[in-house]
Design a protein around this ligand. Structure first.
Ligand code: PEP
Ligand code: MG
Length: 585
């Protein structure tokens, strides 16, 4: 432990602490109060002396003992998790532990090079990481976390140095690997706070899927929090209160009581039908990117997936080329969501999501993105379409394809030709496919919304992406914090465009849904319903709140709300209309 930290801990024994707030990104909602455990990855000091020849046998035995213990621990984890991505990860780590090549190399390193067991393990894993870096380029980062994790696990066992995380505490760490989160969840960890990471990192998604209240990216939690400190973690807004005062504790305790009551209400609410108070039906679906997110989506009775983002397949370069991997991924999502539909969006890459520097552009969000890029990368596009159609044979009538960033009719024509080609190829190969997969367009560019009447004639359905539609309509980069005050999806101009699209869809028999964040806002969801959009797709955690408001109001009331929103001149007007409506003034 460094001296500064040690001094601070000593001082913390004596000093009466002042309440302190730190902020990060909310990664999983929920409030918890508790004492912390500080987690540090233990990288034991590696022995650098050589061993005598007659010690080799003893070191080799220690290596196999460590392998057995690590394997047993992972098997136990495997039994306790039913999340697909988590089991994949654990199985991959078990396979590494069982790998005869690893065993031979470590044995060789010990007996031929007289290395002690820890040094042998460290050097063999260093080689592994180098090979992965050469072969996997940008995906190195993700894979290296999992492989280093296995190495650290073995070294900790060899040195008999395990973390001392206490059950029932809130864990504070610089960063966490997905495997670490899975294993902590088995130790009844109440919450997670990290210095690094964003709300959409893989680790945050795993935390969310396990429903562990989490705040990530606080930058300094491990600096200001000591093991054993009392904290309040508010995963709804990314707030952490360290050394809470009595009144703060009291306030949060009553919020926790409300939260548990709400949770119980939510669970019974989710079993009720999706109908407004005057009986108009609606459909609520989930936006997901990883199978893990389905546990919450299913708990909250999502009726399928309205947006399956596939960019993570693309970004792990190896997987988009591997059609079987894509098929396995799509099939796992379809299995977990039966009997509902899954809307698979084609890779929406470009913008800020690229492998490397080679494609960097001056204005990436106005550039080579989504379908524009896919049509110029026929292999990439065809691989994805092949994977989707190959999957479809086993899930007839359940897949829909969604096209991102459409801006011209020509793009749709070209895409349809490629789809025809792919279908023919697969049929010639004797592969069973669903030939009637509906093709939908994302409406996220203002010109498409304005000409929705035209676009609707070329599509089976339309899905409004309000996240991008807002940035393009208001000319406000959705990721630029400097102008984030100007980015608001409730803007009157957005309501105007949504109305155009809803009407165009209706006229042309193309169902319209919303999959942008606007649908996650309960009053906005009522307003969308009032405009006739009865299918909404959102982050699963907000499904109950949206459902609650939709169920407790009449469709007629929602139409009145929508009419008012369409007459609003400014955002302030919208805010007033919405808050008056909510309080029924
Ligand atoms: C959108 O733009 O509203 C949308 C749902 O897509 P994404 O957030 O993935 O760009
Ligand atoms: Mg978008």
């Amino acid at each position: 432990m460094d001296l500064v930290k040690f001094m601070r801990m000593k001082m913390s024994d004596q000093v009466d602490h002042k309440e302190m707030y730190i902020f990060g990104a909310p990664a999983c909602p929920g409030i918890v109060i508790g004492n912390t455990s500080l987690f540090q990855r233990v990288r034991p000091h590696i022995t650098d002396t050589q061993i005598a020849d007659d010690e080799a046998e003893d070191h080799i035995r220690k290596f196999y003992e460590a392998i057995d213990i690590a394997e047993e621990e992972l098997e136990e984890l495997l039994e306790n998790t039913d999340l697909k991505a988590s089991t994949d990860l654990i199985q991959m780590q078990i396979a590494i532990l069982k790998d005869p090549e690893l065993h031979d190399r470590v044995e060789q390193e010990i007996s031929a090079n007289n290395k002690p067991v820890d040094s042998a393990v460290e050097s063999i894993f260093r080689n592994y990481l180098q090979v992965i870096r050469q072969n996997h380029g940008e995906t190195f980062q993700n894979k290296s976390v999992d492989i280093s994790d296995i190495r650290d696990r073995l070294l900790q066992i060899i040195h008999n140095k395990r973390d001392d995380i206490k059950e029932g505490t809130i864990l504070v760490a610089k960063e966490l690997s997905p495997r670490e989160i899975i294993s902590f969840s088995n130790r009844d960890i109440k919450g997670l706070i990290t210095d690094r990471g964003g709300a959409t990192s893989h680790a945050a998604i795993i935390a969310r899927s396990m429903n562990i209240p989490t705040v990530v990216g606080t930058k300094k939690a491990t600096e200001v929090i000591n093991s054993g400190d009392e904290v309040v973690l508010d995963g709804r807004n990314g707030e952490v209160v360290v050394y809470p005062k009595d009144e703060t504790r009291k306030k949060y305790k009553s919020l926790i009581a409300q939260q548990s009551k709400r949770q119980a209400d939510f669970e019974s609410l989710c079993k009720k039908p999706n109908k407004t108070s005057d009986g108009t039906p609606f459909t609520l679906q989930a936006n997901i990117e990883f199978a893990e997110e389905l546990s919450i989506a299913n708990k909250y009775q999502a009726e399928g997936v309205g947006l399956l983002r596939t960019e993570s397949i693309y970004l792990s370069r190896k997987h988009f080329q591997d059609i079987d991997h894509q098929v396995a991924f799509y099939a796992s999502i379809l299995e977990l969501t039966a009997p509902h539909q899954v809307t698979i969006r084609l890779f929406d890459v470009g913008g800020d999501k690229f492998f490397g520097d080679e494609e960097k552009e001056q204005n990436p969000f106005l550039g080579w993105r989504g379908i524009r890029m896919l049509l110029e990368q026929p292999k990439l596009l065809k691989n994805q379409l092949r994977a989707i159609f190959k999957t479809s044979g086993d899930f007839m009538g359940r897949i829909r394809i969604l096209v991102p960033m459409v801006s011209t009719i020509n793009e749709i024509r070209k895409l349809k030709n490629i789809i025809d080609e792919v279908q023919k190829e697969l049929l010639n190969e004797g592969i069973n496919i669903d030939k009637e997969i509906p093709l939908g367009l994302m409406v996220e560019i203002p010109s498409v919304a304005l000409k929705a009447n035209l676009f609707a004639r070329h599509a089976d359905f339309l899905s409004i992406g309000t996240n991008d539609l807002t940035q393009y309509t208001l000319a406000v980069d959705r990721g630029n914090e400097r102008i984030s005050n100007l980015y608001d999806q409730r803007h009157p101009a957005i309501w105007q465009l949504i109305k155009e699209v809803a009407e165009a869809g209706e006229r042309n028999g193309a169902p319209v849904s919303v999959c942008g964040e606007l649908a996650s806002d309960p009053i906005a969801a009522c307003c969308l319903m009032g405009l006739g959009i009865d299918t909404l797709s959102m982050n699963a955690v907000v499904l109950p709140a949206v459902k609650q408001l939709l169920r407790s109001n009449s469709y007629a009331d929602m139409q009145r709300l929508a009419n008012k929103a369409l007459q609003a001149e400014t955002l302030d007007d919208i805010d007033n209309i919405f808050s008056n409506w909510e309080t029924k003034e």
